[in-house]
Design a protein around this ligand. Structure first.
Ligand SMILES: [Zn+2]
Length: 481
């Protein structure tokens, strides 16, 4: 792709730019605006920009330009099993991955999942992903995860974890420090966190893992407020031992008391909301309605492609819907009517971009302004009847756009997708890897267990007696189910 060779400046001409640079109550829409990229940085944003001779040009007219989206919690290794657990509950997920089959994953299987997840993210305009990598059973698994992330030109944070061992064991192993020394170079493209959960044991056995994070100067990300698994005790223990920090990311935070939300707000951490996950797995109601009330910063995430889509359009849509649904339900319980929606589309776009950057402590991301890193997305699909009229750009991004509308994606100034096609990505190789992983897992599990895992038993729904029922539609031949 000679047009976009490294070092050549690039301008996106005449798009509707959402810079996400203002205060929350004044998000700007800049119609007919250019964005000039030089090297890995945004050089200028404005109408009719003068650009250096030889600058490559992309016509962004009719499209929307926004910062690259940021997913703050995705178990990328699990993407090798895309869609397998569509009908799971959280309990079934825990049994499958934590207890029964997660330990079957070899380094090459982690590599396969991570590679496909990384490619998928770029395709959908997600330029930064926190890889919540809790399948790192050995240093070889960790190297495979890092190799995969380094092979796809996005921005990642490897959140290192291992569900097969207590965090106090794997986090204090010399291999972990060795991995950080070898693989985390501080280049801004591959960051590092520790990923583990705090189960509420009063003796706080997670302390050594927190101490390692503190020594390394890295953040901890933790599934918190997961119904039946992690709750207020975990938050209280973290607080009492002094391990709640501004960099801490609390994933889900969906079934917590007000006291826990107060502690999170007081210590400056943020919550990664995975609405599609919370809605169907059972961690608790997607908590943005409560987080807003407690002034807690929010970012968005997809959790795992074992169930859900890996694009943040779905996350934004689901999150806005869930928040409004809750607001209506709460009002109806008081016999009141919501006449003005509190959560707006622009806020959700903010969470998907700048909110993720803030959660990661990256003020060079999530905003389109001179001097920031050139991670950006052009949403434009001239052949689509959904591309016009473009009246409310924030509403358009949240409720109208989808991954197929992602026209161009830049990460660190590099064009990784253009005219709806990935640039320099070997999708066939990624497919081969994933196929080998699936063949292997099927072989290890056996056909019957494989099928059973994908098709959990369905509890019976008791159909209630109905005094108005006169017909039995199930026996009607035209409606036979
Ligand atoms: Zn998760």
């Amino acid at each position: 792709m000679n047009d976009f060779e490294a070092g050549r400046p690039l301008v996106l001409r005449g798009g509707t730019v959402l810079p996400m640079d203002g205060p929350p109550d004044a998000r700007r829409v800049l119609p007919g605006t250019d964005v000039l990229v030089a090297g890995d940085t945004i050089a200028a944003v404005g109408p009719g920009l003068e650009v250096p001779e030889g600058t490559a040009e992309i016509d962004a007219s009719g499209g929307i330009v926004l910062p690259g989206m940021i997913d703050t919690h995705r178990h990328m290794w699990q993407t090798a099993l895309r869609g397998y657990g569509a009908d799971w509950t959280l309990t079934q997920y825990f049994v499958w991955f934590y207890l029964e089959y997660g330990k079957l994953f070899r380094p090459e299987d982690v590599h396969a999942g991570n590679t496909l997840a990384a490619i998928e993210a770029l395709d959908a305009g997600v330029t930064t992903v926190v890889d919540w990598s809790h399948g790192l059973r050995t240093p070889d698994h960790a190297d495979a995860a890092a190799d995969a992330l380094r092979s796809v030109p996005g921005r990642y944070v490897l959140a290192y974890g291992n569900i097969q061992q207590p965090p106090a064991e794997w986090a204090t192993a010399p291999e972990l420090r060795d991995f950080v020394r070898r693989r985390i170079t501080g280049d801004g493209l591959l960051g590092f966190q520790l990923a583990f959960d705090v189960l509420g044991d009063p003796s706080f056995p997670e302390r050594p893992a927190f101490e390692v994070a503190r020594d390394l100067g890295v953040a901890v990300t933790t599934h918190a407020g997961v119904w039946g698994a992690t709750g207020d005790d975990g938050i209280r223990l973290m607080y009492e031992h002094g391990f709640m920090t501004p960099g801490t990311i609390y994933v889900h935070a969906a079934s917590l008391s007000a006291d826990s939300y107060h502690r999170i707000a007081a210590t400056g951490g943020s919550v990664s909301v995975s609405t599609e996950s919370e809605q169907s797995a059972g961690q608790g109601y997607p908590p943005t309605w409560a987080l807003r009330a407690h002034g807690i910063p929010v970012s968005l995430s997809m959790d795992t492609s074992v169930w859900w889509s890996g694009d943040l359009f779905s996350a934004m849509r689901a999150t806005l819907g869930a928040d409004r649904s809750r607001e209506h339900l709460e009002a109806h319980a008081r016999s009141e009517t919501v006449t003005h929606a509190a959560l707006r589309a622009d806020q959700v776009v903010d969470w998907a971009t700048r909110g993720g950057a803030a959660a990661l402590g990256r003020d060079d991301l999530g905003v389109l302004a001179p001097g920031r890193k050139a991670d950006l997305v052009l949403i434009k699909n001239d052949g689509s009847p959904v591309s016009f009229p473009l009246l409310n750009p924030f509403g358009h991004v949240v409720f109208q756009a989808q991954r197929g509308d992602v026209h161009t994606v830049l990460v660190n100034g590099r064009v990784v997708k253009h005219e709806h096609r990935l640039v320099g990505i070997d999708l066939a190789a990624a497919r081969d890897e994933v196929e080998r992983t699936i063949d292997y897992l099927k072989g290890e599990m056996g056909e019957e267990a494989w099928e059973k895992g994908m098709n959990p038993d369905i509890p019976t729904t008791k159909v209630l007696d109905n005094p108005y029922t006169y017909t039995d539609y199930r026996s009607d031949s035209t409606h036979r189910l």
